[in-house]
Design a protein around this ligand. Structure first.
Ligand SMILES: [Zn+2]
Ligand SMILES: [Zn+2]
Length: 173
């Protein structure tokens, strides 16, 4: 979806507020496709902040279908978006190095491109079903949140032993 910002870019002190539904249904993050299960409309405010300059502010909330990084259970991840970007019109004088506002085409805002940009900035390093998720047993695959499986998960690897020593030494401090 495009929103034409010519009016805001060229009229001093002009402010426009709009609320738009986006067509975004999924995102691709490092080859994984993540479905968007729910989303609010994006509420935008466009403010003229100088000649051919506009401030784009927006709020939205997206909910992604993900999996817990430790136990792989499906998790709904809620991502609130609050953003603020200043853009300049490049319709008269195309900017060479324009990567920072790749979501603009001339005076037009490419809504989905901007949202994707914001989603990537806010993408979580780790998603857990609960903060203390115990994960799954590396041996039998049992979900350790439902109880101990009794497997011997001791790894008699000398390199691991060294790491363990360092770990324990740190713990004692
Ligand atoms: Zn989990
Ligand atoms: Zn086990």
């Amino acid at each position: 979806m495009f929103i034409n910002l010519t009016d805001v870019l060229t009229s001093e002190e002009k402010i426009i507020s709009v609320s738009v539904e986006t067509d975004l249904t999924q995102v691709e993050v490092s080859k994984d496709v993540c479905e968007i299960v729910r989303k609010t409309p994006v509420s935008f405010t466009f403010t003229n902040v100088g000649k051919n300059k506009a401030l784009i502010e927006g709020n939205a909330e997206l909910v992604f279908a993900m999996n817990c990084d430790r136990c792989l259970k499906p998790v709904e991840y809620k991502m609130p978006l609050h953003f603020s970007r200043e853009v300049v019109s490049d319709s008269e004088q195309p900017l060479e190095d324009n990567e920072e506002q790749g979501f603009m085409e001339g005076d037009k805002l490419k809504v989905e491109e901007l949202l994707l940009d914001e989603i990537m900035i806010n993408w979580p390093m780790k998603v857990l079903c609960k903060p203390d998720c115990k994960g799954i047993c590396p041996k039998c695959g049992k979900d350790l949140n439902t109880g101990d499986c009794g497997c011997d998960t001791f790894v008699p690897d000398p390199r691991m032993a060294v790491i363990k020593d360092i770990f324990n030494a740190n713990k004692e401090v």
